[in-house]
Ligand binder design. Structure first.
Ligand code: SAH
Length: 213
């Protein structure tokens, strides 16, 4: 699992591109700089790893665009030690970014193949989410709730009620809402019943799939 000077150099350039696109949080930029994104992709696509683009991974899914990961992470305002739920583990890249920021990460993936592969892989490169779950993100993880922050990394046709109920009062949830494209949406829980909503423009994600019973 090599991380060469050449790859590190490309990553620095990527970080500067993301900064130019408007990401200001130095801790988020440092996390992007620290994660060997090329290892999250098939080795034959390594050359694409440090372009600021989403890319196909296993099981018809994608690794999110680095700018999008930085954007969502910045909106979350992660503090070390916080308990964070991620819906849509995918390649594990976003989960790695949350680990870099010192969060206790709980993450859910609905595709078995990807869940297994990413669990092994994160272990191997030294990222340690608190809990990786194979299951349906629409349901969240009630047994571990409440969470300080929740991040959804697939396009949600609507905001799942279970996720809202698993967010702490004072917590933040970042979720792309809509069919195609999605509108990046920030929800701040102000009281048990009250959520403040802010939106941040269009993004494109693979869909958050609902399992039909
Ligand atoms: N966070 C990922 C992005 C992966 S793309 C990364 O950094 O690479 C979105 C992921 O959400 C896909 O892996 C997809 O399988 C998963 N997904 C879609 N619907 C889901 C659901 N209902 N529950 C959990 N995961 C889901």
């Amino acid at each position: 699992m090599e991380d060469s000077y050449r790859q590190q150099g490309k990553r620095k350039i990527l970080v500067e591109q993301i900064r130019e696109k408007g990401i200001k949080d130095e801790k988020v930029l440092a996390a992007i700089n620290a994660i060997p994104r090329h290892l999250f992709m098939d080795s034959s696509f390594e050359d694409h790893a440090y372009q600021d683009k989403a890319f196909p991974i296993a099981a018809g899914q994608t690794i999110s665009q680095p700018y999008t990961v930085a954007f969502q992470t910045e909106l979350l305002q992660v503090k070390s030690g916080e308990k964070i739920l991620e819906v849509g583990t995918g390649s594990g890249y976003q989960a790695a970014a949350l680990c870099e920021l010192g969060a206790k990460v709980y993450t859910i993936e609905r595709q078995l193949e990807l869940y297994k592969k990413t669990k092994n892989f994160l272990q191997k490169i030294g990222y340690r989410p608190k809990y990786m779950s194979f299951g349906d993100g629409y349901k969240g993880l009630p047994e571990f709730a409440p969470f300080d922050k929740i991040i959804v990394t697939a396009g949600a046709p609507y905001i799942p009620k279970a996720l809202l109920s698993q967010l702490k009062v004072g917590g933040r949830m970042v979720i792309p809402v809509g069919e195609d494209p999605q509108i990046m949406t920030l929800l701040k829980r102000q009281s048990v019943k009250k959520f403040e909503k802010e939106t941040f423009g269009e993004f494109r994600f693979v869909p958050l799939l609902e399992d039909k019973a």
